[in-house]
Design a protein around this ligand. Structure first.
Ligand code: CMC
Length: 432
């Protein structure tokens, strides 16, 4: 970050002395006011619930311009990455800052492929879960448990350990998600196969059985790979900030990523894809397109507590670029699978059409986000709704681990410790 010529001055209405703060510039995007000395100089904190105006770190990984609807990974627009790269290219890029050349790609693919198996004893660990447990409950436990199985890469001060744990997490996540699914189905686990792509391997671990192998369909493989690319990172969102905060205490990478999985589960974050599909299915069962108008009235009525899931975003105030790409993928998959007339897709398109014309949504700048169409794609592929957020976690793991590593490599890194405005009782005594 670069110091700007500009300075920010904070003055008070009660004659106390004003204070000056440095301003820093990034490559693109808003400048930041460095308020680290605010408390020392004024005895006051800033108040910013939900971090609406707070940059918690410096980062060179992902950039979002919410007004332009722009998303960049390491400077590359998401549209170009989705068109020209696969998830392994994007993972390499997010981790290392540059796209791989042919040799680097081959080495990276091979490295990830050769870490996809998990410790056999994880199968015993899995048996402790109820079979009907939510996959995100299982995944939170499994990812945390990796720290009990792979102690040899948990020294966070050792760059080599950090690198190995990053590869292990990226490589093993598909295996764990597929295991959670198979356990729920009561089917045997399917071991990874090294001659398949990252995404093809995941599909096979999900859908093959010992009695029948699974032939990877190219359109389905490409669609799922695109879902992974679109979810790979998203700057300082709730789960990434959770991973950074958790990791800032010096905990091991598996524990830090488990905290990200737990945060992602919530319906305002990664859980929105599951909630969105449930909303579409319920609306379809209640009458489908004919009932859209009535449903939208409910959404606009704050007392109903109903939100249009898959709509709105804290940062994007002009279409989520991931939603556009997802909509195109949705059409491609439905056509390839002969599901062009899928009623849920029609319903989603109708909801989007109405919302984009309705002043409630237009005035609040609410547009479809990535989750609006991703559920329909995953459902067409055969992925059960309850697994959607686990797929998101699988894809976001590379972003989480890259952000965690970036934090640890930052000389300015400190344990995260927000302050508060205390409004409870002042000091009082217990009456004797
Ligand atoms: N349906 C109806 N009204 C909405 C919606 C929605 N989906 N989203 C926001 N609003 C309204 C909200 O009621 C508020 O209205 P008012 O100003 O009259 O009080 C206004 O829009 C601003 O909402 P907010 O909750 O203050 O906005 P936020 O930036 O804090 O929340 C959000 C962003 C994503 C949590 C929210 O838009 C939401 O709950 N969306 C539905 C859940 C969803 O799809 N989440 C996925 C996010 S993308 C995936 C990811 O990256 O995790």
């Amino acid at each position: 970050m670069q110091l700007s010529d500009k300075k920010a001055t904070l003055s008070f209405s009660d004659d106390s002395a004003s204070v000056e703060f440095p301003v820093y510039q990034g490559t693109i995007g808003p400048d930041v006011i460095d308020i680290r000395k605010l408390y020392g100089q004024t005895g006051m904190f800033t108040y910013d619930p939900g971090f609406l105006a707070t940059a918690s770190c410096e980062s060179a990984i992902t950039y979002i311009d919410g007004d332009k609807g722009q998303l960049l990974y390491r400077g590359y627009p998401i549209e170009q990455l989705a068109e020209n790269c696969d998830f392994m290219d994007v993972s390499y890029l997010i981790l290392n800052g540059e796209l791989p050349d042919a040799n680097q790609k081959q080495d990276f693919d091979s490295l990830v492929t050769h870490h996809t198996m998990v410790h056999e004893q994880l199968q015993l660990f899995m048996r402790g879960f109820r079979r009907d447990a939510h996959p995100m409950a299982v995944l939170t436990g499994l990812v945390g448990a990796l720290s009990a199985f792979y102690h040899d890469s948990t020294d966070i001060t050792n760059a080599r350990h950090r690198e190995i744990s990053a590869i292990r997490l990226i490589a093993k996540m598909p295996t764990l998600v597929a295991m959670a699914y198979k356990y729920n189905q009561g089917q045997p686990y399917i071991y990874p196969r090294n001659d398949l792509s990252y995404t093809g391997n995941f599909l096979r671990m999900m859908f093959a059985t010992p009695c029948e192998d699974y032939q990877v369909n190219e359109v389905v493989e490409r669609a799922l790979d695109r879902i992974f690319i679109l979810h790979a990172d998203h700057e300082q969102n709730a789960s990434t900030s959770t991973v950074r905060l958790c990791g800032s205490s010096g905990t091991n990478p598996f524990a830090a990523i488990a905290s990200g999985v737990a945060c992602l589960w919530g319906p305002a974050h990664g859980g929105a894809n599951e909630a969105c599909l449930q909303m579409l299915e319920q609306l379809q069962a209640e009458g489908g397109v004919a009932k859209v108008g009535e449903f939208m009235e409910k959404v606009k009525d704050k007392s109903s507590g109903v939100r249009l899931m898959g709509f709105g975003h804290r940062v994007y105030k002009n279409y989520d670029p991931r939603a556009k790409l997802m909509q195109a993928t949705c059409k491609e998959v439905l056509t390839a699978l002969g599901l062009e007339n899928d009623p849920l897709f029609k319903l989603a398109m109708e909801l989007e059409r109405i919302a984009l014309e309705d002043p409630y949504f237009v005035d609040r700048k609410l547009y479809p986000n990535v989750d609006f169409y991703s559920g329909i794609v995953q459902r067409a592929i055969g992925i059960p709704t309850s697994l959607f957020t686990a797929i998101f976690a699988l894809a976001r793991t590379v972003g989480w681990i890259a952000q965690w590593d970036e934090m640890l490599s930052d000389p300015e890194y400190k344990i995260g410790r927000p302050r508060q405005l205390y409004t409870g009782s002042a000091v009082r005594d217990i009456k004797s």
